[in-house]
Design a protein around this ligand. Structure first.
Ligand code: 2AM
Length: 175
């Protein structure tokens, strides 16, 4: 059976707490939408779409020696994507190592018949889905960047559990 897979950076507990605080600040400021639970916070590097068991085995073999750089990112700007109603915390500046890693994983997917990513990589962590438009007075939120450091990359599976979508780590590459 095929699985819905993606590569992501996990979010450390300290960053999760800062993101939860920001999420409640945004909710109080009038953003209505589904709040993403902290356990689902992640930064997508490459979305692979529906992947069969044999495609997954081949992917894991190809990427067995994936090198994980030190990743350090300042999340300092809000994004709003109207169609899915996504409110996300993103980065004005994409560190070179992070951009290269995302490109490598996206190209690998494309070259092997998995989901092609057609848009430029914009690192972000989704905080709300199905949200109404951002209010203009949120232009200066967050007041302080949330600094994210990561030493690992995870291959994640998205499953529909009884309480909604859940993400589980299938494989972790450590620096
Ligand atoms: P997100 O990164 O903007 O939150 C698992 O579904 C993850 O893959 C989610 O984090 C989601 O968005 C991202 N994702 C889902 N569908 C996608 C698509 N068609 N293209 C790119 N990323 C997608």
């Amino acid at each position: 059976m095929a699985q819905r897979l993606f590569f992501a950076l996990p979010v450390a507990r300290t960053s999760q707490l800062a993101l939860l605080k920001l999420q409640s600040q945004l909710a109080q400021a009038g953003i209505h939408g589904r709040m993403i639970p902290a356990t689902n916070f992640h930064l997508t590097l490459a979305f692979l779409g529906s992947v069969t068991a044999s495609q997954k085995d081949a992917l894991l073999a190809r990427l067995a020696d994936l090198t994980v750089p030190d990743l350090h990112l300042e999340l300092d700007t809000l994004h709003y994507w109207a169609k899915p109603g996504i409110v996300a915390l993103g980065a004005r500046r994409t560190p070179i190592a992070l951009g290269q890693l995302a490109t490598q994983l996206q190209q690998d997917a494309y070259q092997h018949g998995l989901h092609p990513t057609r848009h430029a990589f914009r690192p972000h962590i989704t905080l709300f889905r199905g949200a109404s438009a951002l209010l203009p007075d949120l232009a200066h939120v967050p007041e302080q960047p949330i600094v994210m450091t990561s030493h690992s990359v995870e291959l994640m599976v998205s499953v529909n559990g009884p309480a909604g979508v859940e993400y589980h780590c299938l494989k972790r590459w450590q620096r």
